[in-house]
Design a protein around this ligand. Structure first.
Ligand code: PNS
Length: 166
C-alpha cells in the first residue's frame, strides 16, 4: 500500500525551511502532497494560486511531491487523498504547544490519521514566512531564507503592496 502524507501550511511564501522538510519527508513516504491553506483567517500576502505555483516550481526536482490548495478541515483534505499521515516541522519549543493541540484535535476528528513531526534542520530553526515577509518589505536580503526562484516574486509582491496594487 502506498504511504501518502500531507504536508499542510500557509506557505506565505515557501521558505528554505519548508523545502528542507519536504525533501526529507519525500525520502520517507511514497507520496507527499503539499497542502496550501486557502481559507486562512489571516489575510495572506500571496494568493493561494501564487503560493501553489511557487511550491510547484521549487519542488519540481522531487518526483513524488504534488502541490494542491485546500479549504476547510485538514483532516477532510487528508482523508479525500487517502493520506494516513500529516507532516509538520518543529522549530523550537515555542512551536510545540500549538502543534500538539492541532495534532490532538486532528486525531480526535480522524483517528486513522497521525501527525508526524520532523525537527527543522538547525540552519533553518529561526526561519518563518512572517520574518521573511518583514525582511523583504524593508529591502533586506532574503537569499538565505527562500529558494532562488521565490526571491524576485517576493520583492515584486512587497513592492506592489507598498504601492497599493493587488
Ligand atoms: O503554516 P501554518 O499557518 O502554521 O499552517 C497551519 C495549518 C494550515 C496546518 C492549519 O491552520 C490547518 O490545518 N488549517 C485547516 C483548518 C483545520 O483543519 N483546523 C483544525 C486543526 S486544529
Amino acid at each position: 500500500m502506498e504511504r501518502i502524507a500531507v504536508y499542510p501550511g500557509s506557505f506565505d511564501p515557501v521558505t528554505l525551511g519548508h523545502l528542507d522538510i519536504i525533501e526529507r519527508s519525500a525520502k520517507i513516504f511514497d507520496k507527499i502532497i503539499v497542502g496550501v491553506l486557502n481559507n486562512n483567517s489571516k489575510i495572506p500576502l500571496f494568493s493561494a494560486e501564487e503560493r501553489v505555483s511557487m511550491l510547484v516550481e521549487v519542488t519540481k526536482h522531487l518526483e513524488n511531491v504534488q502541490v494542491m490548495a485546500f479549504e476547510g478541515l485538514l483532516v477532510d483534505f487528508a482523508s479525500q487523498l487517502h493520506a494516513s499521515v500529516i507532516i509538520r516541522g518543529l522549530r523550537a519549543v515555542t512551536d510545540f504547544e500549538y502543534e500538539l493541540q492541532m495534532a490532538q484535535t486532528n486525531r480526535i476528528m480522524q483517528g486513522n490519521i497521525d501527525t508526524f513531526f520532523l525537527t527543522t534542520s538547525l540552519e533553518y530553526s529561526y526561519l518563518s514566512s512572517s520574518v521573511v515577509r518583514e525582511v523583504a518589505k524593508f529591502g533586506g536580503d532574503v537569499a538565505k531564507f527562500v529558494p532562488a526562484s521565490v526571491i524576485p516574486v517576493l520583492y515584486k509582491k512587497v513592492r506592489r503592496k507598498e504601492d497599493g496594487i493587488k
